[in-house]
Design a protein around this ligand. Structure first.
Ligand SMILES: Cc1ncc(COP(=O)(O)O)c(C=O)c1O
Length: 440
């Protein structure tokens, strides 16, 4: 293990401790910064009235410390007022009389599904609800139907959640997982290079292609639709996407991306309730999927009780059952509503504009090297870079003293990472650039 990867492992181990308990106390350390972007230092002031036409009003909805420029808000969402109110409302009702409220489960779940499908598209039953991107990917790669000799193709650029799901799948089933590299230098990546690399790695044996929409280690956004076309021109493979850093930051829907599966947490760029996620599937995708965890779908439990067969949708069948944090899942509806009222296109355009401003500014700094492509066509809201003479965690700590919050990429090659979400504005970008300039 290299010194760098040991550092990464140490931070990830620390991270677990932080999530479990003393996070706030040690938030100034860089490892913590990767995870605790949203903890307010004091009770959040009441948010002003929400005007979806005003970026200032939108930003003011975030209960983040107003004295900081928070470029890590996307790492793990803070609670928007409407999300917090919905969580509190359902939690209070559950506290008073759990079983009565659970009788209203169907109504709440329909509201979430209607809002999710208005945002993502798809027929009723296209979406399974999970606790996170990681849970969605784990369910997905555990339940895909594979034949002997099938191969899974993934890439070097995906996050641990994809690689570990596939490693576990291979250990259980013996399926072959191949990993390819799509670009050599992220800053210089081109669509041509990515498509040529993918094309060279495809063979008729490939039954599943596992990709990530926006790479959290480099900020590269893949040309997913063109990649899916290429996959289909050479194979019958399903195209499966870890979509978490595009979901809530970009406007494309799964059908625009031409993917079969689209997995995301609700607690990153969507700024939905923590501990939520979606697994969207196309009809062709769900046709090759067997659920992994028993659902609590009423029809399915009814079939078990009566011995008759009642129909259930693929999304309902793939949604893990058991009682869980209903107050969080049902608070997804106001999170989708927040984005709908602003407009997904406007959110994407704003995210891109701020990222472009940050990248253009970084490109002028002699002490900072940009790793994310300058071209908006190959990036989204993640901007990765490195500061000369400073390790990324040192840069994160130094930026904190300028009241700029950034994070470190959780990969073997570590980079300093910014996320230009709608919780940031132009003045925050200027502050980040001034702070970066001061780090020598
Ligand atoms: C690409 C990618 N996928 C998945 C995750 C995990 O997301 P979740 O918390 O929703 O499982 C992360 C980071 O936390 C990530 O960067």
């Amino acid at each position: 293990m290299t010194e760098r990867s040991e550092g990464t492992v140490r931070r990830l181990v620390t991270r677990r401790g932080l999530i479990g308990g003393a996070a706030a106390a040690t938030a100034a350390t860089a490892g913590a910064a990767a995870l605790v972007g949203c903890e307010p230092r004091r009770a959040p002031p009441a948010a002003p009235a929400f005007d979806p036409g005003s970026w200032a009003s939108i930003k003011a909805q975030f209960p983040l410390d107003p004295d900081t420029a928070n470029f890590a808000a996307f790492v793990f969402a803070c609670r928007l007022p409407a999300v917090r109110a919905a969580i509190d409302d359902v939690a209070g009702k559950l506290d008073r009389d759990t079983t009565s409220l659970l009788r209203e489960e169907e109504r709440y779940e329909r509201a979430v599904d209607d809002a999710a499908r208005a945002y993502l598209g798809g027929e009723p039953g296209a979406i399974a609800y999970t606790d996170s991107t990681t849970a969605g990917l784990g369910l997905l790669y555990s339940g895909l139907e594979l034949a002997p000799g099938d191969e899974i193709l993934t890439t070097e650029h995906d996050f641990y959640a994809t690689h570990e799901s596939l490693r576990l799948l291979a250990a259980r089933t013996g399926v072959t997982v191949r990993t390819t590299r799509l670009y050599q230098d992220p800053a210089k990546a081109t669509e041509d290079e990515i498509l040529t690399s993918l094309g060279a790695a495809l063979s008729p044996k490939v039954a599943v292609v596992a990709l990530t929409w926006v790479h959290s280690g480099t900020g590269v956004r893949l040309p997913v639709a063109a990649m899916a076309d290429l996959v289909r021109s050479k194979t019958n493979a399903l195209v499966c996407l870890d979509a978490v850093h595009g979901f809530g930051a970009r406007a494309e829907k799964p059908a625009d991306l031409k993917v079969d599966f689209f997995a995301s947490g609700g607690h990153k760029w969507l700024f939905g309730p923590r501990g939520t996620g979606v697994l969207w599937g196309s009809p062709a995708g769900w046709a090759r999927y067997t659920p992994v965890i028993p659902t609590f779908d009423r029809n399915t439990i009814g079939s078990w009780i009566t011995g008759q067969q009642f129909p259930a949708t693929p999304g309902a069948l793939a949604t893990p059952g058991g009682y869980h944090t209903f107050e969080h899942r049902w608070a997804l509806a106001p999170a989708f509503d927040f984005h709908r009222r602003i407009g997904a296109d406007r959110v994407a355009e704003r995210t891109e504009r701020l990222a472009t401003k940050l990248k253009d500014g970084i490109a002028e700094l002699p002490n900072v090297a940009l790793s994310t492509p300058r071209a908006p066509a190959l990036s989204a809201g993640i901007v990765c870079c490195s500061v000369r003479g400073l390790r990324p965690e040192e840069a994160v700590a130094a930026l904190r003293s300028h009241r700029v919050i950034a994070s470190v990429t959780p990969y073997a090659t570590e980079l300093l990472r910014f996320g230009t979400s709608i919780a940031t504005d132009e003045a925050d970008v200027d502050r980040a650039l001034a702070a970066l300039r001061a780090l020598t």
